[in-house]
Design a protein around this ligand. Structure first.
Ligand code: ARG
Length: 494
């Protein structure tokens, strides 16, 4: 039993019919005291949601036009509202807008300014609307646009990868497993592996965009509204492909944000892998890559240093992006329907993750475009090692020896060569013949780095022809929206 059950009034007794003097809050009617200053600063989202002003004004303009077309406000009121919003837009653009923290958020700042400018008609803008569906709309608009920008940044990085693969793709270097030299590959093959990684990111992002492209305005606070709104008009005006079917879902859904952040997190993990290779490859130990002076920084004490800071930060910044994803998931976990103020915490992480990933993609593309690959150390990594041992085993297996046995023979050949300080190609033929009679003078032809890569002509392989096919596919994929084209469709004909 509630203590109020007999009285009927909940909360502080309504002493007065009038809002507190000087209150700018739209809810003054029910309140007898001003918000405590520390509550104002604690709850305000203005410092970070200001950046939604364009989306907020676009949404309000579309809402006002719909209200007028539905006969809910007059055409003159609509004109006053849209003209007022256009003026506000110009003020914000010019940096002259009087932002007020006591007005909490971007929505109430813009609405209060509108009422200052146009008076009573300004008070009609919020008819049939709540900040709950308003902020949901703003975030959908923001995320949809940011995702389009992000896709463009991904394609730009893909172009940088393709550019280097076309210019230097013939170079041969060791491919690694367990970070141990494994088999020779063309540099183009290595770079194109990243291309396809980022292509999957584009596809996933297209899925997130599809979910962002859904219009929530018209849900009201949670239950719909008594006014005859037409959300489809608003959706059409704002270029949405779909709208929500359920008002409670519309105001409480942040899945599109989680999906976008999850794409951002995976992109940043991919960038961290690329970053790690930039770091490794620019060490003296590898020496495969010289990053441009403009894209490295020096040390304040060690005059010789050229630090691969971009690679390091591509690695490091993935931490905050993954953190943003985990942050929003944690905010949403256990929230009852529908809107809860917790959801205000979705914004900083979303903005930061999108900003961070977009800047990482741009700098990664620039760093890659300006880097020089160093053929000598790459080839040395292949020639001074046993990366052709599989080819030696394949040679025997192609002559009928079961691969397991061939593997053992090649392993013994490696042991013999290593003991004598030789590479496989320098082992005398009679020593090879002593390990297996199947060896003939033609064995040396399969051991050269060129042969090792060019003989891997199997689909997906590292031979030039296979890499050329990947590049042709890459050009098709970059020229179309993500998800529109297929990669390599499986041939279902027998
Ligand atoms: N600043 C709020 C947010 O970002 C806007 C929605 C507030 N709605 C409310 N009923 N207090 O989530």
């Amino acid at each position: 039993m509630s203590r109020d059950s007999g009285g009927g009034t909940v909360g502080p007794t309504a002493k007065s019919q009038n809002p507190p003097q000087g209150s700018a809050k739209p809810w003054g009617g029910r309140y007898t005291a001003e918000t405590a200053p520390e509550v104002e600063s604690f709850t305000a989202s203005l410092p970070f949601d200001r950046r939604l002003w364009r989306q907020d004004i676009a949404g309000s303009t579309a809402h006002a036009r719909m209200l007028a077309r539905q006969g809910i406000i007059s055409a003159a009121e609509c004109d006053a509202i849209t003209a007022g919003l256009a003026e506000i837009s110009a003020e914000i653009e010019a940096g002259g807008f009087p932002w007020r923290l006591d007005l909490e958020d971007v929505h109430m700042n813009i609405e209060a300014r509108l009422r200052e400018k146009i008076g009573a008609a300004g008070g009609k803008l919020h008819t049939g609307r709540s900040r709950n569906d308003q902020v949901a709309l703003d975030m959908h608009l923001y995320v949809r646009e940011a995702v389009d920008g992000l896709d463009g940044d991904l394609v730009a990085l893909q172009r940088a990868l393709v550019g280097q693969a076309e210019a230097n793709g013939q170079l041969i270097l060791p491919g690694y497993t367990h970070l141990q030299r494994a088999q020779p590959v063309r540099l183009g093959h290595h770079l194109m592996a990243y291309f396809f990684m980022f292509q999957r990111d584009r596809e996933r992002l297209a899925g997130a965009r599809h979910r962002a492209d859904m219009m929530p305005l018209g849900a009201g606070a949670l239950a719909g509204t008594t006014f005859p709104l037409d959300p489809d008009q608003v959706a059409r005006e704002l270029g949405f492909g779909r709208r929500y079917a359920n008002s409670m879902d519309a105001v409480s859904d942040r899945d599109f944000i989680v999906e976008t952040l999850s794409c951002c997190a995976l992109i940043s993990v991919h960038l961290s892998r690329l970053g790690e290779e930039l770091v490794l490859w620019s060490t003296a130990e590898f020496g495969y890559l010289a990053m441009d002076d403009a894209y490295t920084t020096g040390s304040s004490i060690m005059p010789q240093k050229r630090n691969p800071v971009i690679g390091e930060l591509l690695r490091g910044k993935s931490g905050r992006v993954v953190g943003s994803l985990v942050g929003v998931l944690t905010v949403l976990k256990g929230l009852p329907l529908t809107y809860n103020t917790d959801m205000q915490e979705d914004k900083e992480g979303t903005f930061d993750a999108l900003d961070t990933v977009r800047s990482c993609l741009r700098i990664a593309a620039a760093a890659l475009e300006t880097s020089r690959f160093l053929p000598g150390p790459m080839l040395a990594g292949v020639e001074n090692d046993f990366t052709n041992a599989t080819d030696l085993a394949d040679y025997l297996a192609a002559r009928g020896l079961p691969f397991r046995d061939a593997h053992a023979v090649a392993g013994r050949a490696v042991a013999v060569a290593a003991a004598r300080g030789l590479v496989l190609a320098r082992l005398p033929l009679d020593e090879l013949k002593a390990l297996s009679p199947l060896f003939g003078p033609d064995v040396f032809a399969v051991l050269s780095p060129e042969a090792c890569v060019e003989r891997r002509r199997s689909p997906m392989g590292t031979a030039s022809g296979q890499v050329r096919e990947q590049l042709a596919l890459a050009h098709r994929l970059m020229d179309q929206p993500a998800g529109a084209g297929s990669w390599v469709a499986v041939n279902r004909e027998e």
